[in-house]
Design a protein around this ligand. Structure first.
Ligand code: COA
Length: 374
């Protein structure tokens, strides 16, 4: 159904205040808690960024090592949750499994009053990768993996559980960087959904469950998987160029391009593109990266549409051996930090989120008795 031109998906509507993030703000660009995204990518680990988002300040060395220890110690999955994950069908969408996993965790580890909210956020941050890879390995390889690996970083933990061995530093660092880039993005659709749920004074698991549902769609987080599917459709850069021209003529949406807030570029793309090139060179790829560049060129030349964070993230993940259907759930493993920060911010100054709608239905009319209806 076409979006109403009048409501326009709340485009440009200021729907509240936040201390957490700026997106494309003049003179600031993309910042988390006032720090430029490029400074964070160059200098911080994902764990440092998670701490920053959740606590509002950078951790000092003792705080960071304590935080890493805490996250490592919270990776285990309760037996009841493992049973549920085993029951989720092998051909289910991993995003549906993640939604179910978080919702179920809310039953067996309920949040209770909100005094525990930071621990709930840390628990989710720690165990979402475990949930994802436990389910994936159980159904794909028929093994019940130990989710309590010794890796300090969440990126290392994730890749270790996927491949049964510790990753190369290039892969670990590249995944870590994408987790930083995906961590937070102001009032995007999933975060806003989470804030709406939080505004009713509901629990964090409900907010995150709803946010996962919103992120799942291809217009939002699902775009990284759709972008990979697009890139894989072609067997050469020339075929990609011709194919995307045809798709544009048919008015198809090209996934991984465009953005609601950014107008000329997505700052995250510069970083992802560089990583995609480095990983392509490392893998000896001479196909997927050139195809990606060819698609990017057509999109810019024909539509002045730029690659968003999801486009090159797709090949970054592909080159490190991550199956395509795990891309969006990995986004969840990162964005949990932003979602939880917003849940806590919403609670700190809560007001029920309940906008008004412009009524465009029929005028008031007389009741029609059953026997008089057509
Ligand atoms: N491919 C082809 N055309 C696109 C496009 C894309 N990826 N993104 C936008 N456009 C076109 C629209 O068709 C529209 O054309 P029109 O004016 O002729 O109708 C115009 O650009 C404006 O787009 P619109 O859909 O109104 O912008 P939006 O702010 O509502 O949408 C997105 C933003 C992100 C939903 C949209 O760009 C999109 O669907 N992108 C693909 C999905 C994606 O990558 N999502 C991840 C976002 S980080």
């Amino acid at each position: 159904m076409a979006a109403s031109k009048k409501t326009g998906g709340l485009a440009g509507v200021n729907a509240g205040q936040t201390h957490i993030c700026t997106v494309g703000q003049e003179g600031a660009g993309l910042t988390y808690r006032g720090y430029d995204i490029y400074d964070l990518v160059d200098n911080a680990s994902f764990e440092e960024v998670a701490y920053l988002l959740l606590h509002g300040k950078l951790p000092n060395p003792a705080e960071l090592s304590g935080y890493i220890k805490k996250i490592k110690a919270s990776r285990g999955l309760p037996e009841a949750l493992k049973t549920v994950l085993e029951m989720v069908p092998a051909d289910a969408l991993p995003m549906d499994m993640m939604r179910t996993g978080v919702s179920f965790l809310g039953n067996i580890e309920p949040e209770g009053d909100f005094s525990n909210q930071l621990h709930v956020a840390d628990r989710l941050l720690a165990c979402l990768p475990s949930m994802l890879l436990y389910w994936h390995r159980f159904h794909v390889d028929g093994v019940r993996i130990d989710t309590e690996t010794d890796d300090d970083s969440i990126a290392g933990h994730l890749l270790h559980m996927l491949h049964d061995e510790a990753p190369s530093e290039l892969d670990r660092k590249s995944l870590d960087t994408t987790l930083i880039l995906y961590a937070e993005h102001e009032f995007n659709a999933s975060t806003f959904a989470g804030r709406v749920i939080t505004g009713t004074l509901s629990d964090m698991h409900s907010a995150v469950t709803g946010a996962i549902g919103a992120l799942r769609g291809p217009l939002h987080g699902g775009a990284n998987e759709a972008a990979m599917a697009l890139i894989k459709m072609f067997d050469s850069a020339d075929a990609a160029s011709a194919g995307v021209h045809e798709m544009l003529e048919r008015k198809d949406l090209i996934m991984g391009f465009g953005h609601r807030v950014y107008t000329t570029s997505d700052p995250r793309n510069t970083v992802n593109k560089k990583m995609s090139k480095a990983l392509a060179d490392n893998a000896g790829d001479t196909l997927l990266y050139p195809i990606s560049e060819a698609i990017e060129k057509v999109m810019w030349d024909e539509k002045k549409l730029f690659a968003n964070a999801d486009f090159y993230a797709a090949t970054v993940y592909h080159f490190m051996g991550i199956p395509t259907h795990l891309f969006t759930p990995i986004f969840v493993c990162s964005r949990i930090t932003g979602w939880a920060a917003h849940v806590m911010e919403q609670r700190a100054d809560n007001k029920l989120i309940r906008p008004a709608a412009e009524y465009i239905g029929p005028d008031l009319r007389s009741w029609v008795a059953m026997e008089d209806r057509d």
